[in-house]
Write a protein that binds this ligand. Structure first.
Ligand SMILES: O=C(O)CCC(=O)C(=O)O
Ligand SMILES: [Fe+2]
Length: 230
């Protein structure tokens, strides 16, 4: 499934815009099966009510280990395609970390540094909820790309609630990008920085992502972050 994606297009879009959509990843039944256990206690390590932390309005839950399928499959499956892009980006940006071919090896590095808690999460927004612009940094070890998969059907399950990215460029005004997604579709995007080719060489821009206000209904998302948390 992931191997069959158009990785040349995705790589080019990530380089040009800092984000790229995947097209369909999960069918409607798989989306529903992932979102349905949200209210259960088991299977999650913690629940965050966003308003309590100034993160926005809505809530999310971090999955416990073992990650359920298809979360584990997606996390491991994206890795070998994203690691070469991440290595290229870090080289271009003059950042030292390089990422191994195997996700387990990178997780071992996170765990040795005390980043032992799993980061894949399930988010839930109701009418009026939103996710403030942020960066999912959880410690010293950062994988520069992450994935979010929309589990609800826009227009049917909810309205509003668009995935947004902003890009803060040195000495320039910020640029915003709205990413339309279908149910079961993912967006791959920069966690923190991305390289931009300028006339005088490469520079780093700072990205943040969030979700605009849900106008009606309920919206669920699966978030896949590749570094674990301290
Ligand atoms: O709900 C969304 O679309 C974005 C969730 C998010 O912030 C994430 O997956 O890191
Ligand atoms: Fe996030």
């Amino acid at each position: 499934m992931i191997a069959a994606l158009d990785w040349a297009r995705i790589g080019a879009e990530l380089d040009a815009f800092g984000c790229a959509t995947t097209g369909p990843l999960l069918d409607a039944a798989s989306c529903a099966a992932l979102a349905a256990p949200y209210d259960r206690e088991d299977g999650f390590r913690s629940r965050i009510v966003m308003a309590r932390h100034g993160f926005g309005r809505g809530e999310y839950k971090y999955f416990a280990i073992p990650l359920p399928d298809p979360v584990a499959t997606l996390r491991a499956g994206f890795w070998p395609h994203l690691a070469p892009i991440a290595n290229r980006w870090n080289e271009t940006m003059g950042l030292a970390p390089r990422f191994p071919a195997d996700h387990a090896a990178f997780l071992a590095r996170c765990h040795a540094a005390g980043q032992t808690r799993p980061t894949p999460l399930l988010l839930r927004y109701e009418a009026g909820d939103y996710n403030c612009l942020h960066q999912d940094l959880y410690g010293e070890h950062v994988f520069p790309l992450q994935v979010a998969v929309l589990l609800s059907a826009p227009g049917r399950d909810f309205t509003g609630g668009e995935f947004v990215l902003t890009e803060q460029r040195p000495r320039m005004q910020s640029r915003a990008e709205v990413v339309p997604l279908q149910q079961g579709e993912g967006v791959i995007f920069a966690v923190h920085h991305r390289p931009v080719q300028g006339t005088r060489g490469t520079y780093r821009v700072n990205l943040r992502h969030g979700v605009s206000r849900i106008r009606s209904g309920r919206r669920h998302t699966l978030g896949i972050i590749f570094h674990d948390a301290a």
